[in-house]
Design a protein. Structure first.
Length: 284
């Protein structure tokens, strides 16, 4: 299916995608595609209204596509913005790793042709729903809990359903989806989960224990993490963005939520090929 309208998100450093954005606008005009830029994008690039360019546009689900020109952080922002809408996110990598990207910036011409002609497959990505402090939020990549700088190590307990699994003194922990397992979780030494695997993984940040091990939680189980510290609050972040503090005695609940993000990918590409391409051989 060809594209008629698309929301555009770009790298937060405007200069990184400047040339690519000009190329995108030219290609969209030739293809008859209307590009929508929200208030932040409009200000970032100093855009003005013109035929085929809608500025200061609210992010709406009534578009054919979301085009990203940025790195994994920008891609995650787009996936969250269009969570559970079915709008495909077609991402062109202008970042360092770009594990979630559909194409790389050096292939921009062919990438835009594919995007506007609908020449891609879609992959449904799960999320993790987190509940705490009267709020419910959804992460596409991961939820991380960190001790605050300058304070003592965190003391976190974690339980699955009604069964406490462990209590660990650490700098924090990460709860990651399969898509997010190649991020912070990978840096912690946690297991990589292929796209399509149900469930999520819990890994620890600098655990002060010889027995703390990563844990893969089944998709129907609910994880509870409690702050057992006496005085120290814990910072909570979703996809790398701070959302609240977890005070001593407070807890959060996390659960697997299917079909949240819709990621465009080139037909024939595989998770394992991308894993090798982005991170190199897992053993030498």
């Amino acid at each position: 299916m060809s594209t008629r309208s698309a929301t555009v998100f770009t790298h937060r450093r405007a200069r990184e995608a400047q040339a690519g954005l000009a190329q995108l606008r030219k290609a969209a005009a030739a293809a008859g595609v209307s590009l929508r830029f929200d208030e932040e994008e409009t200000k970032r690039h100093g855009l003005t209204s013109e035929p085929g360019v809608v500025i200061n546009a609210p992010v709406i689900a009534d578009v054919d596509l979301c085009i990203v020109m940025g790195g994994d952080g920008t891609i995650l922002h787009a996936l969250r913005s269009y969570a559970a809408t079915g709008v495909p996110v077609f991402a062109i990598n202008y970042g360092d790793v770009g594990f979630l990207a559909t194409e790389d910036a050096e292939n921009l011409d062919s990438a835009l042709t594919r995007a506007f002609n609908g020449e891609f497959e879609v992959l449904s990505l799960p999320g993790i729903e987190i509940q705490g402090q009267g709020k419910t939020l959804v992460a596409i990549n991961d939820i991380s809990l960190h001790r605050q700088q300058g304070l003592r190590v965190a003391h976190l307990s974690y339980a699955v359903s009604d069964d406490e699994v462990g209590s660990v003194r650490c700098d924090g922990l990460v709860i990651a989806t399969p898509a997010g397992s190649t991020g912070y979780n990978l840096a912690n030494g946690g297991p990589v989960m292929a796209w399509g695997v149900g469930g999520f993984v819990v890994s620890f940040i600098a655990p002060h224990s010889l027995t703390a091990r990563p844990l893969v939680v089944a998709p129907r189980d609910v994880l509870t993490v409690a702050n057992r510290s006496i005085d120290e609050p814990i910072d909570v972040a979703i996809d790398g963005r701070p959302v609240w503090e977890l005070e001593p005695g407070q807890s959060i609940q996390a659960r697997f939520i299917p079909k949240q993000g819709t990621l465009a990918r080139i037909a024939g590409t595989s998770f394992y090929h991308r894993l090798h391409e982005r991170f190199g051989r897992m053993s030498q």
